[in-house]
Design a protein around this ligand. Sequence first.
Ligand SMILES: NC(=O)c1ccc[n+]([C@@H]2O[C@H](COP(=O)([O-])OP(=O)(O)OC[C@H]3O[C@@H](n4cnc5c(N)ncnc54)[C@H](OP(=O)(O)O)[C@@H]3O)[C@@H](O)[C@H]2O)c1
Length: 337
Amino acid sequence: MSHNISHIGYILTVCRDNAWLYISATFAVLWIAAWLYRDSLEIEDVSNKYVFVSGCDSGFGNLLCKKLERKGFHVLAGCLTEKGAEELKKMTGPYLKTVLLDVTSQDSIQKAMEWTKKEVGDSGLWGIVNNAGRSLPMGPTEWMKVEDFHSTLKVNMNGVIGMTVTFLPLVKKARGRVVNVASVLGRVAANGGGYCISKFAVESFSDCLRRDINYFGVNVCIIEPGFFKTAVTNLEPIERELHRLWNQLSPEVQASYGDKYLDKYIRIQRFIMNAICDSDLTKVTGCMEHALTAVYPRTRYSAGWDAKLLWIPLSYMPSCVVDIGLKLVLPRPSKSV
Ligand SMILES: NC(=O)c1ccc[n+]([C@@H]2O[C@H](COP(=O)([O-])OP(=O)(O)OC[C@H]3O[C@@H](n4cnc5c(N)ncnc54)[C@H](OP(=O)(O)O)[C@@H]3O)[C@@H](O)[C@H]2O)c1
């Protein structure tokens, strides 16, 4: 009997000593359950909603259009080429319409907006997905000419700003969503050229817009994919561009890197890209769909294991961690000091 009493006393002492631990654990479990429930709530009546997607000839944009159409949305697909538009139309039904759109031309953006305005009528535009993008040229910063930066910035940065500002009145009317496709390279600047700069710009533009426009019931979501197998990560054009950049360097600059540098750089890049590029594009389109269909869309979506486990954690670390990491991975110029 006395043994039992001392045992119960011992349990009560342990419970009292760990009370805060149990309360915190219960609170954490309840908080996670509530968050998951809130995150899973979906909007209704998608068949009366219109979504415009840019860059639908291939990759994420192309797949997203097909998935949204299957879900019942009216999909307005901006394609850069006639061929891309025709092929997409062949694979989809009557609720998907295409329009030619080059996001580097304000005239083209304006025409696409006027067309969209007629299509959506009084409903306004539920969603705009700024997906169009290009990655090239990418490589060491010193190898770039000013035009090399501009060619990427024109599409990925000016294009996103031009599209958003032009389409915003239609989105505001529907109290809809702006979904901007950035990248993990908009969190960690791991590559020279216009790409990282443009994606950092998309991040900050989207943050400013979200804070300014939320008063009107418009949500702004940022998609941050890791590395996926699409045209943007296709090694052949990436390597072709690296050769072009190398060939435009002066003999002095080439000599400072050494004649083996380009080959080593390409070999390392090939190894990394083959190791980390994911072929499951639905990881990205799933995030875009959530941004468009969730009652409470998230501010940021990171897609892919490399984004979640490598790039996003790296983005919170001191700059020297990324500096050292990249120094260990990339080749050293022959005349480095
Ligand atoms: N793949 C990745 O690993 C990755 C990672 C992070 C972020 N992203 C971003 O995801 C988005 C989609 O890229 P993706 O990977 O799906 O590659 P993608 O297949 O090359 O898709 C990009 C699309 O944008 C179009 N485009 C290019 N320039 C344009 C312009 N001036 N106006 C209108 N459309 C234009 C392309 O058309 P054409 O095919 O006719 O050139 C293509 O359809 C991009 O913003 C990209 O930066 C990709």
